[in-house]
Design a protein around this ligand. Structure first.
Ligand code: TYD
Ligand code: MG
Length: 479
């Protein structure tokens, strides 16, 4: 779109082939992709001219790897140790972090607490730009979090602004350690006509905020809303731009929140942080390994505890399954926190390889506490929970299970079995059903816990649900 008055031009650029157009069209005329045109600002040509001029900066020339100067990574701790760990030790000056999560999960709460933490751990000030709420609403939340009495009350500077140019101006004037932009979906740049939240606006806003971060050495934190299907709406295009992507997961109406990085240029993505939402914001959970376990008075059919590994941290989680007679031909498969395709596969394997026929049953599978787990090690606990629910018989008391299930009904080892089992033993579990050949599982006991290595799903069901197969259970214990 060409404008009078010397304002920068915008073009609609196809995200799939890169062709640009003056007007928006539903289909790209060059490559025929649908809905691929995104409004973008035409960059000033002087930038390319400058780039072509011979550079005097030694860093811009090829250098031997050994001679490259080690970067000085200045980190600002956010003072919340679970979050600092996930970040890899704190926020890196000049970096951009995207914090994603569903609406209402606690992004604004966590970032306001982190802003206060930055101040408490030596930071001079934080600029909190909110396009979602008024400054008064942010103050209300700060009051609830008890931040109005401390030094944070002075050092956190709030501005209700969504224009990125203005936010950058404030940041350059005030020179805070950290700028929080809540949220990137409300951020806009002047030159684009698209509505806030459109791909063009989101991407251009993020690019400008990156320039701010790199140019001024300020850490910039962007809040991004995630849609129901789990993708960062609009900001999906940001994931590869930013330095780190931190996700807050959990069920909005449950208290527990899992914070983990899906990308981190300045740290590992192996770390997870566990928080609990309470009356005064998010607090760190003292014993994360047991946080996602629900308490039962007695063993319940359909419930199996799985020692999962979230990054490098073992977390025990309860898998719950319910099977009930359903409509012939149209059985329901409903899963929450686990991959529903995997459930379909496990139902097929259970039917063909283990004599557990669920073809005409409705099946519901759920992870307690709102956790989502993607690892294949959850196969065995899910399959056991389904079998337990169908037979209406609880698994043996204080038993955990872990392992991947193959199409032939065989069990495959998972990584880090030893670490998982030690954690389960620490929490008082007495028995673990694991795949044969899992490292660390060859021994009969781990910290007093009996380890039952099994080769097939059928065997695992017999061992776990007891009954006629109790004899099988005693076999491995002898070794
Ligand atoms: P919020 O941080 O506004 O979520 P987001 O920015 O991700 O949309 O948090 C929203 C929820 O958290 C809201 O339902 C209220 C709840 N909450 C608490 O339970 N305790 C608290 O101390 C605060 C500040 C919020
Ligand atoms: Mg918010």
């Amino acid at each position: 779109m060409t404008r009078a008055g010397g304002r920068p031009q915008t073009r609609f650029v196809c995200q799939s082939c890169g062709e640009s157009f003056l007007r928006w069209e539903g289909q790209c005329r060059a490559c025929n992709a649908w809905n691929s045109l995104v409004e973008s600002v035409v960059r000033e040509p002087r930038r390319t001219a400058a780039r072509r001029a011979p550079s005097t900066d030694p860093a811009a020339r090829p250098t031997s790897l050994a001679a490259v100067v080690e970067p000085l990574v200045g980190r600002q701790r956010v003072g919340i140790s679970e979050l600092d760990r996930v970040l890899g030790g704190g926020l890196v000056a000049g970096s951009v972090v995207l914090v994603g999560g569903e609406p209402g999960i606690g992004k604004s709460t966590l970032l306001l607490q982190a802003a206060a933490g930055v101040v408490a751990s030596g930071g001079s000030s934080v600029l909190y730009a909110t396009g979602e709420e008024s400054a008064a609403q942010v103050r209300l939340r700060a009051a609830r979090l008890g931040l109005l009495d401390g030094p944070a009350a002075e050092a956190i500077r709030v501005v209700a602004e969504s224009d990125v140019g203005r936010i950058a101006e404030f940041a350059r004037a005030e020179r805070p350690d950290v700028v929080v932009v809540d949220s990137i979906q409300t951020a806009t740049v002047d030159e684009l006509d698209g509505a806030a939240g459109s791909v063009g606006q989101v991407r251009e806003s993020a690019l400008r905020l990156m320039e701010l971060a790199k140019g001024e050495g300020i850490a910039v934190v962007l809040v991004g809303h995630v849609t129901k299907d789990g993708s960062l709406a609009g900001p999906k295009t940001l994931e590869h731009l930013v330095d780190a992507v931190i996700n807050i997961e959990g069920e909005r109406f449950a208290a527990l929140r899992l914070v983990r990085a899906s990308k981190n240029r300045f740290g590992s993505i192996e770390e997870v942080g566990v928080f609990e939402m309470g009356d005064v914001g998010l607090s760190e959970v003292a014993d994360p390994a047991r946080a996602f376990l629900s308490e039962h008075d007695a063993p319940a059919a359909g419930s199996v505890v799985a020692p999962t590994l979230e990054g490098s941290r073992p977390i025990l989680v309860e898998v719950q399954a319910l099977v009930a007679p359903g409509n012939v031909g149209m059985p329901r498969r409903t899963a929450s926190g686990v991959d529903s395709n995997r459930i379909g596969l496990l139902i097929a394997v259970l039917g063909r390889r283990a004599g557990i026929g669920l073809a005409t049953h409705d099946v519901y599978v759920n992870l307690a506490g709102g956790l989502s787990v993607g690892e294949p090690g959850l196969d065995l606990p899910i399959a056991l929970a389904l079998a337990s629910s169908l037979r209406d018989r609880p698994v043996r008391d204080l038993t955990v299970a872990i392992g991947e299930v193959g199409l032939l009904g065989e069990l495959r080892p998972v990584a880090g079995v030893d670490r998982r089992l030690r954690e389960a033993a620490r929490l008082g579990f007495r028995r673990a059903v694991v795949p044969v050949g899992a490292r660390g599982a060859a021994v009969g006991r781990v910290n007093g816990m009996e380890v039952l290595p099994v080769g097939t799903l059928r065997e695992a069901i017999e061992v776990s649900l007891g009954g006629a197969a109790e004899r099988v259970a005693s076999a491995p214990a002898r070794c």
